[in-house]
Design a protein around this ligand. Structure first.
Ligand code: SAM
Ligand code: SF4
Length: 335
């Protein structure tokens, strides 16, 4: 039962109805844009949320107006209790979704179906096996590609996330879009974002403008259709006339979409982040374990949310490593 939707409304009247929960800090891939080559220091297991705690904390958000939860990580499917987590969260009255690298998802089709988790975002940054190995530091292209086809065959709603990096995969943009000719998927191009330890620099970024320039060069003007974006959508959506699928651009760097942000993030160690880019976080898990009411902490965090990108409202600030370096590595946030 909804208690008080107002605690999730921030100072800019943004209503937060979408909670992203990171289930784990570990991963079976090592994507260069997501984590440093030397790895990250892992939080001791006892400081991570157990599945009952994930449920109880998520329930407080749902009671206060959250209607969508996306599970992420690290790689959510390497959590051994993933099916318990699905079951517990499926008992809340929310849309449940997951973001995964897809390496082992074939083993979980039944439990996804059973718990009505139909929206799957799968990450795939290249269609070339050798390049996959380079970017993920693992040789799993075939598994991921086959699993992507499996998900489509099983009737899931599939979005593919590709982080574009200059001179690495920007020459595949048209190939990615052409994949949507016969596959009913949405291919989402994500601008490469700066996080702690990912060696970001602006020259590696492929901007929304550059993506559209390539698209407009290759396709005829009347082939490119601009689709209506859903409310709170982070992406600008397009399709090519006659193609079964669509594509989208997530331009967090060159054209942020903070005005319609409805997201909050809970990390695997139970910290609340009011923005993907915030350098501060609130410790919900410790308070919860001490038996305290965590709603005032949530309320305070929501109220403290900056208007734009955790306060990095200009590209200049965004490029300042001392500012974005205060944030975690992406692998411990979850996207
Ligand atoms: N392991 C899962 C996966 O790869 O989909 C879930 C976690 S991953 C951190 C979530 C999303 O964040 C992925 O789609 C990944 O491509 C994206 N991501 C990671 N680092 C990024 C960066 N520096 N810039 C933009 N997107 C990034
Ligand atoms: Fe793992 Fe996903 Fe990060 Fe790649 S993007 S290292 S798959 S968490």
């Amino acid at each position: 039962m909804t208690k008080n939707k107002n605690i999730l409304t921030d100072g800019f009247n943004r209503k937060h109805t979408y909670l992203r929960i990171s289930l784990i800090e570990r991963c079976n891939l090592r994507c260069t844009y997501c984590m440093p080559a030397e790895g990250i220091s892992l939080t001791p297991r006892e400081h991570l949320m157990r599945y009952e705690e994930i449920y109880e904390i998520a329930k407080i958000f749902v009671d206060n107006g959250v209607n969508k939860i996306r599970l992420t990580g690290g790689e959510p499917f390497i959590r051994k209790d993933i099916s318990f987590i699905f079951e517990k969260l499926a008992s809340l009255n929310v849309e449940l979704a997951i973001t995964t690298n897809g390496v082992t998802i074939n083993r979980h089709i039944k439990t996804l179906k059973k718990n009505k988790i139909n929206n799957i975002n799968i990450s795939l940054d290249t269609l070339i096996a050798e390049k996959f190995k380079k970017i993920t530091r693992r040789d799993d292209f075939t598994k991921v590609y086959n699993n992507l086809l499996l998900l489509v065959n099983k009737g899931f709603t599939v979005k593919i996330n590709a982080v574009l990096i200059k001179d690495f995969n920007d020459n595949e943009i048209i190939d990615f879009i052409n994949l949507t000719k016969d596959l009913p998927v949405t291919f989402r191009f994500i601008e490469f974002m700066p996080f702690d330890g990912n060696k970001w620099n602006k020259n590696k970024l492929v901007s929304q403008k550059e993506i559209l320039t390539q698209v407009e060069k290759y396709f005829l003007k009347d082939q490119l259709i601009r689709l209506q974006d859903a409310p709170n959508d982070t992406s600008k959506n397009y399709k090519i006339k006659g193609y079964k699928g669509s594509f989208a651009i997530i331009s967090s760097v060159t054209n942020p979409f903070c005005d319609s942000c409805n997201r909050l993030r809970l990390t695997a160690d139970g910290k609340l982040k009011n923005c993907l880019f915030s350098s501060t976080e609130q410790d919900l898990l410790t308070a919860f374990r001490q038996g305290n009411d965590i709603t005032p902490i949530i309320q305070k965090a929501v109220q403290a949310k900056f208007k734009t990108r955790g306060g990095m409202d200009t590209l200049k600030k965004f490029q300042n490593e001392t500012l974005h370096g205060k944030n975690r590595s992406m692998i411990t946030i979850g996207g």
